[in-house]
Design a protein around this ligand. Structure first.
Ligand code: SAH
Length: 269
């Protein structure tokens, strides 16, 4: 008798995740050797893959170019009701995720992952975190995988974040009800940078932020729409002129819309 776990399906594929439950061994997803792994600790595992299952990120998921491992926080909860939260110390509204519960989930996620945070970032999605940027996405994409902890309610007990040396990263200066949307946004930005995910690799080099500038405006057919024409230079076929125009537009846009980026761009020159 042989089961799926010890029958290699095809060359170049490998099962890497260890699990507490032997039953899981038979259900281990197989993935392309060296594929990026995203472990997401969440009270709402059904939210995944969500939009990540669509289009290019979804195709890459199907091809095994990356692997998604949603980890349900609930089973790590306390008692019959699997409680994961309690009232904030010092009083106030809402609930806070318990350190012992989050610790158990982080320990589970840690299995089989390198301790070096450069090789495997461990991130709590948090409005108090460092702002997520294209540079963060590049750093994440250069790792072997990532563990993302999605908060809910008022957030997570600080002690467990400190104890596990968890990095806090924010999607922006606004407050979401949970970390799941932030996790998906950050994973989307990261996964599209992985080798083989985008058909045309050059497109990640030219787009917004890659050069510290916003991207130039884009146009497509029809050539005239509602009486509005595509800028003539884009139809000239003169590639040097097109590149010059795009650069000038990118600079003008960045200057007008994002003085912060423009200033940083000027300083780098
Ligand atoms: N009381 C917290 C907000 C909690 S919001 C505070 O004021 O800082 C609930 C959860 O949503 C958080 O634990 C976090 O995981 C997630 N979240 C909310 N806003 C976010 C943002 N801008 N970026 C990333 N995660 C966010």
């Amino acid at each position: 008798m042989s089961d799926a776990a010890d029958t290699p399906k095809s060359h170049g594929r490998l099962s890497i995740r260890a699990s507490l439950k032997p039953r899981d061994l038979m259900e281990e997803p197989r993935l392309v050797k060296g594929a990026f792994v995203a472990k997401v600790i969440t009270l709402f595992p059904d939210a995944f893959p969500g939009t990540l299952g669509l289009s290019l990120t979804g195709k890459a998921l199907d091809l095994g170019l990356w692997h998604l491992d949603p980890i349900d926080l609930r089973p790590f909860g306390e008692g019959k009701h699997r409680n994961v939260d309690d009232t904030p110390a010092g009083g106030g509204a809402g609930m806070v995720l318990r350190p012992d519960v989050v610790d158990a989930a982080l320990r589970h996620a840690r299995e089989g992952t390198p301790v070096d945070r450069a090789r495997w970032p461990v991130v709590y999605l948090s409005p108090r975190g460092a702002p997520f940027t294209q540079a963060t996405a590049r750093r994440f994409a250069a790792a072997e995988g990532i563990t993302l902890l999605c908060g809910r309610f008022e957030g997570v007990d600080q002690r467990v974040l400190d104890h596990h040396r968890v990095e806090e990263v924010s999607l922006g200066d606004f407050v979401l009800t949970g970390g799941e949307i932030a996790a998906q946004a950050m994973l989307d930005a990261t996964i599209r940078l992985l080798p083989g995910v985008l058909g045309n690799a050059a497109s990640t080099e030219e787009e917004s932020f890659s050069d510290g500038l916003l991207e130039h405006p884009q146009y497509t057919r029809p050539a005239v729409w509602e009486g509005l024409e595509i800028p003539a230079v884009l139809q000239s076929g003169n590639h040097a002129e097109i590149a010059k125009w795009r650069r000038a537009e990118a600079e003008a846009l960045t200057r007008a819309r994002r003085p912060d980026l423009w200033e940083a761009h000027q300083r780098r020159k």
